[in-house]
Design a protein around this ligand. Structure first.
Ligand code: SF4
Ligand code: SF4
Length: 362
C-alpha cells in the first residue's frame, strides 16, 4: 500500500481507502473479517456515509482495538433514524445521528467531520441557518472533530464553500464519466471540475474520492456511458492521477471484494493504463493533458505527466508547483522535440509544443 500526506493535517492516508455503502450486507461475522483484511492490507482510511446503520457496529467490532491507527470520515447530515441512509439538514437529526455513530463505532472522536452532501447553494444556506455548521465547529473547538471536511458533487458549490470555510479535505466524485459530462452526478463542465482538482492541490486540501466507478456503471459494458467497460484498476489510477487526490474510497460487500481492491497495489502499469479513456473524451476535453504518462517513454527521460501537472498547478496559482518543478532531474527544457509523445497521446495533446511552452514559462 502506498500512502499520501494530507498537507493540511499531516495525516498519512492510504491511497486505497474504503467506503461503507454496501459492507453491512455481509453481516457482522463476514463484515468484521472483511474489515480486518482491509486493515491488514494497509487501508487506514474509511468513509462512514454508510448505506445502512447496520454498518457502524461492524466497524466498531472490527476496528475499535486499532482505532488510533485508522481514520474515519463522519458525515453531519447522514441520518439513520429509519435504519437506512437518509439525508437531513435538521440539527436534531444530525446530533442524534452523530451520537449514535460514535457509540456504535466505539469511539469518542471523529478524524474528519464532514459538512455533508452540499449539492446546491440553498443546501449550504439551510445548513448554516439550522445551526448544523456551528454544531460541527463547536465539536471541532472541543477536539471531538479533529479536522473539517466537505462532501459535494457540484464544483460551483464547492468553490463557494471553500471561499468561506477552511476545510481540510474534500470528498468529491471523480471518474471519467462525470469528468466528461456523463452520469447522474456529472455536475460541472470539464474545466470547472479540473479547477477543483487544481485549487485543492494549490491550497493543500486533499481530495477523498467517492464513486470512483460511477456506482459500478463504468465496470459494466452494458451500463457504461461509453459502451465499454473499464476495470477497477483503471478507474482507481485515473482518480489517483488527478491533482489533489489523496485516496480513493470504493465500496465493497465482502472479503473477496476487499482483496480484489487491495490487489491494485500489486497491479502493473499496463493493467492500470486508462489511455482508452482518451477515445471517449468530448471535444472540450481533447488536447488537455490528464497526466497519465501513456506517452512514455520519453527519450530525454522527462516525466511528462508530472511536468504538465506542475505547469497547470503553477498557472492555477500553486506557489509550491514551481519549486517542485525545479527539483525534477529532467524538465521541459530537456525536450529534444522528437514527437514520440505526440504520436502516443490518446488525448490529442501536442505535447512537444507544450514542452516548449512549459520550458519558457518556468
Ligand atoms: S501528453 Fe497525453 S499521454 Fe502524455 S501524459 Fe499527457 S495526456 Fe497522458
Ligand atoms: S517530444 Fe520531448 S517530451 Fe515528447 S517524447 Fe520527445 S523528448 Fe520527450
Amino acid at each position: 500500500m502506498k500512502y499520501r500526506i494530507n498537507r493540511r493535517t499531516g495525516d498519512r492516508i492510504s491511497e486505497i481507502g474504503l467506503g461503507s455503502a454496501y459492507l453491512y450486507e455481509a453481516g457482522m461475522k463476514e463484515g468484521v473479517r472483511a474489515l480486518e483484511t482491509a486493515y491488514e492490507g494497509g487501508i487506514n482510511y474509511f468513509d462512514l456515509a454508510a448505506g445502512d446503520a447496520a454498518a457502524f457496529p461492524i466497524w466498531g467490532e472490527a476496528l475499535s482495538s486499532v482505532r488510533d491507527r485508522v481514520m474515519y470520515q463522519i458525515h453531519f447530515g447522514a441520518d439513520y433514524s429509519k435504519g437506512t441512509y437518509g439525508w437531513s439538514l435538521k440539527l436534531d437529526d444530525v446530533k442524534r445521528s452523530v451520537e449514535r455513530q460514535l457509540n456504535e463505532l466505539r469511539t469518542d472522536y471523529i478524524d474528519y467531520g464532514f459538512i455533508h452532501c452540499q449539492d446546491e447553494i440553498s443546501d449550504w444556506e439551510t445548513y448554516q441557518k439550522n445551526g448544523v455548521y456551528e454544531f460541527i465547529c463547536a465539536l471541532h473547538r472541543a477536539g471531538v472533530v479533529k479536522h473539517l471536511g466537505l462532501s459535494s458533487h457540484t464544483p460551483a458549490v464547492i468553490q463557494k464553500i471553500m471561499d468561506g470555510v477552511l476545510i481540510d479535505i474534500l470528498m468529491f466524485s471523480v471518474n471519467p464519466a462525470y469528468d466528461y459530462g456523463k452520469g447522474e452526478y456529472a455536475f460541472g463542465e470539464v474545466d470547472e471540475r479540473a479547477e477543483i482538482y487544481r485549487r485543492c492541490e494549490a491550497e493543500g486540501v486533499g481530495i477523498s474520492v467517492m464513486k470512483p466507478f460511477s456506482g459500478g456503471q463504468l465496470l459494466d459494458e452494458k451500463q457504461s456511458p461509453f459502451g465499454k467497460a473499464l476495470t477497477q484498476y483503471q478507474c482507481i489510477r485515473y482518480a489517483l492521477d488527478k491533482p489533489g487526490v489523496l485516496t480513493v474510497l470504493p465500496g465493497a460487500s465482502n472479503t473477496e471484494e476487499i482483496k480484489a481492491l487491495l490487489a491494485y497495489c500489486e497491479a502493473s502499469d499496463e493493467e492500470c493504463d486508462y489511455s482508452v479513456v482518451g477515445s471517449f473524451a468530448p471535444p472540450q476535453a481533447n488536447g488537455k493533458c490528464v497526466y497519465c504518462n501513456h506517452c512514455k517513454p520519453c527519450p530525454a527521460g522527462i516525466d511528462i505527466g508530472l511536468v504538465n501537472k506542475y505547469y497547470d498547478l503553477a498557472l492555477a496559482g500553486d506557489a509550491l508547483a514551481a519549486e517542485h518543478y525545479r527539483t525534477l532531474e529532467k524538465n521541459a527544457s530537456d525536450c529534444i522535440g522528437c514527437g514520440h509523445c505526440d504520436s502516443r497521446c490518446p488525448f490529442g495533446v501536442s505535447q512537444s509544443e507544450r514542452m516548449q511552452m512549459i520550458g519558457e514559462f518556468f
